[in-house]
Design a protein. Sequence first.
Length: 403
Amino acid sequence: MAEFLWEAATKKGELKKGEMAATDESVVRGLLRRQGFKSITVKKKPKDLADYLRFGEKKVKDKEIVVFARIFSTMINAGLPLIQCLDLLAQQEQNKTFSKVITSVKEEIEGGATLHEALKKYPKVFDDLFVNLVAAGESGGTLDVILSRLSTYMEKAMKLKSKVKGAMTYPASVLLISIGVVALLLLKVIPVFQKMFEGMGGQLPAPTQLLINASQFMQSYFIFMIAGIAVVIYAFRRYYRTEKGRLTIDALMLKTPVFGPLLNKVAVAKFTRTLATMIGSGVPILEGLSIVSRTAGNKIVENAIIKTRHSISEGRTIAEPLSETGIFPPMVVQMIAVGEATGALDLMLAKIADFYDDEVDTAVEAMTSLLEPVMMVFLGGVVGGMIICMYLPIFKMASVVGG
């Protein structure tokens, strides 16, 4: 949303000036004409230095969009006009960035745009799924119902996402702690023992000498090691942004022993939940599959959905091409086939999504219970092994003195 300076004449010929925030000049002109102005001149307001330094601007969170959709649905259901709903939502929104977006959407509608056309101009806030469902709600006169479904869908999607994050957080945090402890021992603790051993004389046990060599190497090349890790992370991210990189890494992720089955269950739950919401809201299945593929989050799953969409466009059922992808379990395919045959595909997809949400819960709990002792043994083994290596010369000296 940009700021515009305008000049216009009233019906009596008086010249008026002012400022207005809008997405483009046409919106400003439309609003001024509706207010009775004529001979309108609009130009973009020049930016000052403060406009270029927006470091503190907040992002719009999924939770805020969920609340927006739920309250919006309630207001429309209560019979409030669309413009008034958006005006009230903008006023009560605490996130200033989101408030500006809602205000801009309201102004777009005042300028003659439909709600979904106005929302489409803010893809970072309202994704394809949100926009297309709103469009279906507008055309079918069921906007309040669609917004309610959207908020419910997004809440369940957020819960699913938080489960996966929770499953990944524990092993990642233990691994980072292990690396930090090992680095601290190598950089600060082992050099103290090294000085003590130098005063003792004699040859050190092989494990102790190896640990001291590792400590000396790390002290000498610590900066280069950090730089090397940064380069590897950067190269990995660049590679993952390529088509080949995403295909390779996403395929490996689905094949990993512990995380692979979990990610597969998450993909099935997300696919069925999203498609159920779209079909139940009146979005055509081909258009729905196109949007679902872009929100899959995994390139292998995305390609499987795209192939399915292509097969359906050629006249096949949805169950047949899904079974050929190898991503979706036979039970899921059979339930979808039953849903197609009975004309209740959206209800069947919703049931599958509920089932796999529970499966994800079970998988996360099982993985956490499995990884917890493994990670603790790993951390204890690494730190304990290093301590034993450092005390080996002392044990050796004690046995010599005792002998």
